[in-house]
Design a protein around this ligand. Structure first.
Ligand code: NAD
Length: 480
């Protein structure tokens, strides 16, 4: 017999221990070749004072095994604690979140009987970089970061995933009609990589219409790849409309590890009653088996689970008279799956898994561009409210080698030639270029800032304006 594969397991909080016990019982009945390292996470660990809900020795296990089967935890209310999920994802570099959403019609109620879609969400970047600042009395900022390596890795992963599973179509959602640089990069990388996969049909949609289509005609999608925030939203929509929110598992995957979990929480309202549905965690465990190279076991267990669903043995959350045959407890459900190991569904599409983890996605840094400093945006906290006055004052104090080009308020140009109807906050972006339209040196910007400081202006941040190989690396003001 091959060496046992070590995986780290956390029983979690609430219904976590019950559904983990049921899941491990099924894995044992299927004789999977795993050995478990149990760790504590969640409520108890938070209470001990570990602000991320995990102890240092647990990290050692996670780094040793690189594979984590995680039951849901209860997130403590209030400040001072950090999200365990975000911490694990970011620390282990789990850049891809994969969430299959599928209907099990006619056995489980669903609005969309034919939905069968996989959402692949970028997991580390975007507005989730967690870089937020309050800049004035009235304005707060969250920084949206999209990188080329981050985009290339997730998009390449999505193409590989689509091809590996024999699927035909990959869709990308962005909002690049508005965020031309950040979402524009994600879209551009999607188009570039698409050329390497001529066997896969590709499409791009603006995220608002894409989400509307997902809610209305989800059967038109096979695999969808998205930046982090849109992915967070669309994966919940897709899971919800499939009717299987309590039965979906998800994988978080990176080059150095992977975490598998149900998408639901710790359900404290039903904890300890023995009635929770273990399906979400079980399907996550099935994905884990495929990931560690036990595709045969994954196929065996998934098909037994589908047969159990088809046979109408349902836990209370999905039980429905007319669709279900018997309402079962967590343990009865697990026993029913164990009894069906070796059987396949008759109506639902049987599952098959490709063995082994996805190939590592290598990133090749592109040659550096010619980067030129051509201007600066200086953001001011200024309360007087009249853009004409601000424009006049700034013009009167700017050094002679500098030209004030425009002022915007919340992105809209208000000087020169703004509209009196535009509402202005206390947060002003003032764009300066060299008077001769040449290049700036950093010292020119320092000199400009010291002039502003001497005149008592509260500058709250600067953004340098660069050209990369002659192309502007900044957006125009709205209305410019
Ligand atoms: P929840 O998903 O725990 O529960 C929502 C509803 O769905 C409840 O009525 C619950 O009884 C039901 N439900 C959920 N899973 C079920 C299952 N397997 N079988 C039967 N019914 C099920 O969401 P919530 O109530 O908003 O959150 C509870 C706790 O879980 C919170 O502390 C939250 O922060 C945490 N949470 C953790 C994770 C995670 O660890 N990945 C994810 C989401 C929420």
């Amino acid at each position: 017999m091959a060496d046992q594969i070590p995986v780290t397991v956390a029983r979690g909080d609430g219904i976590g221990p019950e559904i983990m016990q049921a899941t491990l019982a099924i894995l044992e009945a299927a004789r999977v070749n795993l050995v478990y390292e149990f760790i504590d996470i969640g409520e108890k660990v938070y209470r001990e004072g570990h602000t991320s809900g995990i102890r240092p020795d647990a990290w050692e296990s996670l780094r040793r095994t690189g594979v984590f089967l995680k039951a849901p935890i209860t997130t403590p209310q209030g400040g001072g604690v950090k999200s365990l999920n975000v911490t694990i994802r970011k620390t282990l570099g789990l850049y891809a979140n994969i969430r299959p959403c599928q209907a099990y019609d006619p056995f489980i109620a669903t609005k969309h009987p034919h939905i069968d879609v996989v959402i692949i969400r970028e997991n580390e970047e975007d507005l989730y970089a967690g870089i937020e600042h309050r800049q004035t009395d009235e304005v707060y900022q969250c920084l949206k970061l999209i990188s080329r390596p981050g985009s290339e890795r997730i998009i390449r992963y999505a193409f590989e995933y689509t091809r590996r599973r024999g699927l035909k179509k990959l869709t990308c959602f962005t909002k690049d009609n508005i965020m031309k640089l950040t979402d524009g990069l994600f879209h551009q990388v999607f188009d570039e990589i698409a050329r390497e996969y001529p066997d896969i049909q590709t499409e791009h949609m603006i995220v608002d219409i894409g989400m509307a289509r997902m809610a209305d005609k989800p059967e038109q999608f096979e695999v969808v790849v998205v930046p982090n925030l849109y992915g967070d939203i669309i994966s919940d929509i897709a899971a919800e409309i499939s009717g299987s929110v309590g039965m979906a598992g998800s994988a978080n995957v990176g080059d150095h590890g992977a975490m598998f979990e149900a998408i639901h929480g710790s359900a404290p309202d039903i904890a300890g009653k023995g009635i929770a549905n273990p399906s979400g965690l079980l399907l996550a465990a099935v994905k884990m088996l495929a990931h560690v190279g036990l595709g045969e076991s994954a196929t065996l267990i998934h098909n037994a689970w589908l047969k159990t669903i088809e046979d109408g043995l349902h836990t209370g959350d999905v039980f429905e008279i007319g669709r279900s045959r018997k309402k079962v407890t967590t343990d009865e459900f697990a026993a029913a799956v164990c009894e069906r190991l070796g059987e396949s569904p008759r109506i639902l599409r049987p599952a098959t898994y490709v063995e082994g983890p996805m190939p590592k996605i290598a990133y090749q840094r592109q040659p550096s561009t010619k980067k030129e400093l051509v201007g600066v945006d200086i953001f001011l906290d200024w309360k007087d409210g009249d853009p004409e006055q601000l424009g006049r004052k700034l013009n009167s104090i700017t050094p002679s080698n500098v030209r004030l080009d425009m002022i915007t308020n919340r992105g809209v140009k208000v000087w020169p030639g703004g509209f009196p109807e535009t509402f202005c906050t206390d947060h002003w972006r003032c764009r300066f270029f060299p008077a001769n339209n040449g290049l700036f040196k950093h010292t020119d910007i320092l000199f400009l800032l010291s002039s502003l400081a001497e005149q008592g202006y509260d500058f709250i941040k600067t953004e340098h304006l660069y050209r990369f190989d002659g192309e502007a690396g900044y957006s125009l003001g709205q209305g410019q």
